[in-house]
Design a protein around this ligand. Structure first.
Ligand SMILES: *Cc1c(COP(=O)(O)O)cnc(C)c1O
Length: 501
């Protein structure tokens, strides 16, 4: 299995190189040159296996240079009981009052209570092995700017992993009280967290300039270290996400819900950077029987417009919403989709990406547009409808969902209204615990604005609904604040060097 850059055919690397390197020198993203194919008999075999076994099988097909033992160990470390609560890291929950045929795929039973754990618990093991396999014996310094969920999941994933250090910068006024508390109480010997006096863009720009700064690279070399990134352009973050789509289908086979060859499911994904839904696309291309891939956006609806019209246009106002992890105007992983849909026309992809960088928009050709229309359906959901959707799911289905998941539920309902397709079993991806965004969930249920400190909000939500606060969030109250420093955007590089010593 080889990987190629979306912007240059000549750039061919192994899976380990793709993961170790993160992004290609030409600015392109690494994609597999061909996909393994799963027949019905393969799905039947997987249906009889555990999540961990399903993960090992799929990872092995994409990373042949990794040994089975290596992958088994990585998967056990990532998804074992000590990391994920319950028997199953990614269980399905059936809704059956109003939303017949709707299954919630809960991806938030990991240590940070958001779906980024599914990839970031595994990535550190894939990354350290990949560095070793590519002959790199340096310390990997993971530098991340975060608007909330990624930072905490990266900290928790890389915590005390030998050969790595992880540093997270978050905007001082730009994350929720819970997200902030989770980060400043982070444990581990190799972690550091610092607030940036500015917004997410300031933090992001600071990190990017550190990555591309020659003087900084030399400083790291002197310390026998290299910078790497844990964001979702890394193939090592996408690959673990393919697993749970197969797993969901296999769970439905195991319980007899899906009982004949080729029976399809729809998949609805609350989308920001297009990573999670791209993994579902890969699963479909690999032979998983998927009908429509339904892309749900909040009021930053750049992807909805793209999927409906073929025009990607980032020249639009940026909205701050109650589903902040989807507040994104440039969805990086879309580049991988375009590469595959054009049949690997790297020159064409490079040209669209250049146009996006220079003019802020591009339009795909009619042939590509037809493929997008066949595969996807898209819709968006503003904050009002998000709150309504949380409330209705709670009142009708007795199911508590967070603001990101609620966007997906709303868009699924729009899809059913628009197409009449209410029969196909549908997997709605649930990306965060409701306790991760308690202010929005409380507001939706009580109709009153809820603000203030994180812990009282958790307790209020628990008292109101009679549900338990997830262990990792409950334990935050016992933890000491370890990282209270903040810095100006200009001094982020100094903070990095001071931390590395
Ligand atoms: C990151 C995130 C998303 C968006 O996922 P993408 O892969 O960026 O599309 C949705 N919901 C939550 C809770 C997230 O943390």
């Amino acid at each position: 299995m080889k990987y190629i850059s979306t912007r240059n055919h000549a750039k061919v690397v192994s899976g380990a190189q793709a993961i170790a390197q993160g992004i290609s020198e030409d600015g392109g993203l690494f994609v597999p040159s061909q996909l393994p194919h799963y027949a019905y008999s393969d799905l039947q075999a997987l249906a009889g296996s555990s999540y961990q076994e399903r993960a090992v099988k799929i990872l092995k097909d994409f990373l042949p240079e990794f040994s089975l033992d290596e992958l088994r160990q990585a998967v056990e470390l990532a998804y074992g009981n000590h990391k994920f609560s319950g028997e199953h890291p990614a269980p399905l929950s059936l809704q059956q009052k109003k939303h017949l045929n709707m299954y919630m795929l809960e991806l938030w039973h990991g240590p940070t209570c958001a779906f980024k754990d599914m990839a970031l618990q595994l990535l550190p093991h894939l990354l350290t092995s990949s560095l070793r396999k590519t002959g790199c014996d340096k310390t990997a310094v993971i530098l991340t700017a975060t608007s909330g969920d990624t930072g905490k999941a990266a900290l928790e994933g890389f915590k005390d992993v030998p050969g790595t250090k992880v540093m997270v910068f978050y905007p001082q006024e730009g994350v929720s009280p819970m997200q902030k508390l989770q980060m400043v109480t982070q444990e581990g010997e190799n972690v550091a967290v610092c607030a940036v006096q500015g917004n997410f863009d300031d933090a992001q720009t600071g990190v990017k300039s550190i990555f591309t700064n020659d003087a900084m690279r030399k400083q790291l070399e002197a310390r026998n270290a290299v910078f790497t990134s844990a964001n979702s352009i890394n193939w090592g973050r996408l690959l673990p996400q393919i697993v749970y789509y197969f797993s969901a289908y296999c769970d439905l086979m195991a319980t007899g819900e899906m009982d004949y060859e080729g029976e399809t499911i729809n998949i609805v994904v609350p989308t920001g950077n297009f990573g999670n839904i791209l993994a579902a696309f890969y699963a479909k291309e690999m032979g998983l029987p998927v009908g429509k891939l339904i892309c749900a956006s909040n009021s930053n609806d750049v992807l909805t417009e793209f999927i409906r019209t073929g025009v990607y246009n980032r020249n639009r106002p940026f909205h701050t919403t109650i589903s902040p992890s989807m507040d994104i105007l440039v969805s990086s992983n879309l580049e991988r989709l375009l590469y595959h849909l054009t049949g690997g026309k790297a020159d064409q992809v490079r040209q669209w990406m250049q146009q996006l960088a220079q003019q802020g928009y591009y339009r795909v050709d009619p042939e590509t547009m037809q493929k997008i229309t066949d595969l996807f359906w898209a819709g968006s959901c503003g904050d009002e409808d998000t709150l309504k959707s949380i409330r209705e799911m709670y009142q009708v289905e007795n199911y508590l969902c967070d603001s990101h998941t609620a966007v997906a539920v709303h868009v699924y309902e729009e899809y059913v209204k628009a197409t009449g397709d209410s029969q196909t079993p549908t997997v709605v991806v649930s990306t965060a615990s409701p306790y991760k965004f308690p202010e929005s969930v409380l507001c939706a249920i009580t109709g009153k604005q809820s603000e203030g400190e994180a812990i009282p909000l958790l307790d209020a939500l628990s008292a109101l609904t009679g549900t338990a606060v997830p262990e990792p969030l409950h334990r935050v109250r016992e933890k000491a604040v370890r990282f209270s420093a903040s810095c100006a955007p200009e001094s982020m590089a100094e903070v990095v060097l001071a931390t590395l010593g």
